[in-house]
Write a protein of this length. Structure first.
Length: 94
C-alpha cells in the first residue's frame, strides 16, 4: 500500500472495521495507515482478539481497539461514539 503517504495521514484518524486478526486485508490496511502516520481505530466482532491485534501496530499508544457487530445498528452507533470520544473525530472509514 505504498500509495498511503505519511504527509497526508499525520494527525488523521482511520477507523478500520474487520481488521481484528493479523494476516488479513483489514489488518494490512491498518498497518499501512499506521505506517503513514494515522491513528488507527481497529474494530471487529466481539469474539475477535482485536486488542491483541491492535498492540501489533506501531507506534503504540496512538491506536485503539473496539468491538462492533455491523449487523446491529446500536453497536455501530456505539463504535462511532467510542472512536469519536477517544480520537476526537473519524477522518477515514474502511
Amino acid at each position: 500500500m505504498a500509495a498511503l503517504s505519511g504527509s497526508d495521514l499525520k494527525g488523521k484518524v482511520a477507523l478500520v472495521v474487520g481488521g481484528g486478526t493479523t494476516g488479513g486485508i483489514g489488518f494490512a490496511t491498518a498497518e499501512a495507515f499506521a505506517a503513514g502516520g494515522a491513528a488507527v481505530a481497529l474494530a471487529d466482532l466481539p469474539s475477535v482478539p482485536t486488542a491483541e491485534t491492535m498492540a501489533k501496530l506501531s507506534p503504540q499508544g496512538r491506536h485503539s481497539a473496539h468491538s462492533v457487530d455491523v449487523a446491529d445498528a446500536d453497536s455501530v452507533e456505539r463504535l462511532a461514539q467510542e472512536v469519536s470520544e477517544r480520537h476526537g473525530r473519524i477522518d477515514v472509514l474502511v
